[in-house]
Design a protein around this ligand. Structure first.
Ligand code: GDP
Length: 299
């Protein structure tokens, strides 16, 4: 993956310098961990997250007596790998989408304009249909006129139904009406594309809160652009504090970002990343697997 290339090369270099065999001194381990911390910061990882990461690796390394082992470098590396998995979100069930309610389950997408929200709505519908669901896309973004046409055309292209109303309709009404329609049509999962703005503002948050209160979505997913690095982390933190998210979709992970958002966002917000966007096409969406990503990072 492009975004993690430099980080994985850097980490590789660090561990090669530690040597494959032979005993390490505490100084060796400290030097390596200083380099790990620098590599994380260069990848635009949140400073606090980078510091905690290195502290935990050091603690575990000391606890497991790597210095006395015959393969200390590999041991440090496997501790780093464990911590990478942890910082990316662990291996728990809460990384997966929860569609355990009685159908139609409702997934609400929120996010800033340009984050890839509308595209992700279509990708998610496409993904869920492949899992045997009957999805419905709901065009509830009344602030970007093009969004309604965009989602209609994506729906047409994928042959997935789209519920929409004329511009100017109230977004809460649209979602409520869409739910009636979904029940009539035996839809199993509804994906709400709600309004995005350039900045988080009170009106936007009120709208999200109102839709949430009326529709009681099973999932409220923030769509955030990984290319924006720590800005994406701040946006996620603000959204989570205002509307309490159940998960995130990190888009543009195929881009030339350095990995900082993916590596920081879970630790800072406590909200799991559930999917990642890997391109512009409607099939470029993958479930987010911390262990696989950790392996890719370490090369
Ligand atoms: P919205 O304003 O949040 O609804 O954003 P859009 O869905 O219109 O997406 C904005 C731009 O980002 C479009 O050009 C998309 O094709 C592009 N985009 C969305 N997701 C991804 C992704 O995962 N990778 C890449 N490379 N581009 C993406």
């Amino acid at each position: 993956m492009a975004m993690f290339d430099s980080l994985s090369k850097r980490l590789d270099g660090i561990f090669n310098n530690l040597g494959g065999q032979g005993k390490l001194t505490e100084e060796d381990v400290n030097t390596a961990l200083r380099e790990v911390r620098l590599a994380l910061i260069e990848a635009d990882v949140n400073l606090k997250v980078a510091r905690q990461f290195v502290d935990r690796v050091k603690e575990k390394a000391i606890g497991s007596d790597v210095m006395g082992s015959l393969t200390p470098a590999q041991q440090v590396l496997s501790i780093v790998q464990e911590e990478l998995i942890e910082v990316l979100g662990g291996t728990g069930e809460n990384n997966r989408l929860d569609l355990g309610g009685s159908p139609p389950n409702i997934i609400m997408l929120v996010g800033l304009q340009g984050s890839g929200k509308t595209t992700s709505a279509a990708k998610l519908a496409n993904y869920l249909r492949k899992q045997g669901q009957r999805p419905l896309l709901v065009a509830a973004d009344m602030y970007r006129p093009a969004a309604v046409n965009q989602i209609k055309s994506l729906g047409k292209q994928l042959n997935i139904p789209v519920y929409s109303e004329p511009m100017g309709a109230d977004p809460v009404d649209i979602c409520v009406n869409a739910l009636d329609y979904a029940r009539e049509q035996a839809i199993s999962v509804m994906i709400l594309d709600t309004a995005g703005r350039l900045n988080i503002d009170e009106r936007m948050m009120n709208e999200v809160t109102n839709i949430r209160a009326r529709l009681k979505p099973r999932e409220v997913l923030l769509v955030a652009d990984a290319m924006t690095g720590q800005e994406a982390v701040r946006v996620a933190d603000d959204f989570n504090k205002a509307v309490s998210l159940t998960g995130m979709v990190l888009t543009k992970m195929d881009g030339d970002a350095r990995g900082g958002a993916a590596l920081s966002i879970r630790s800072v917000t406590g909200v799991p990343v559930k999917f990642m966007g890997m391109g512009e096409k409607t099939d470029a969406l993958e479930p987010f697997y911390p262990d696989r990503l950790a392996s890719r990072i370490l090369g």
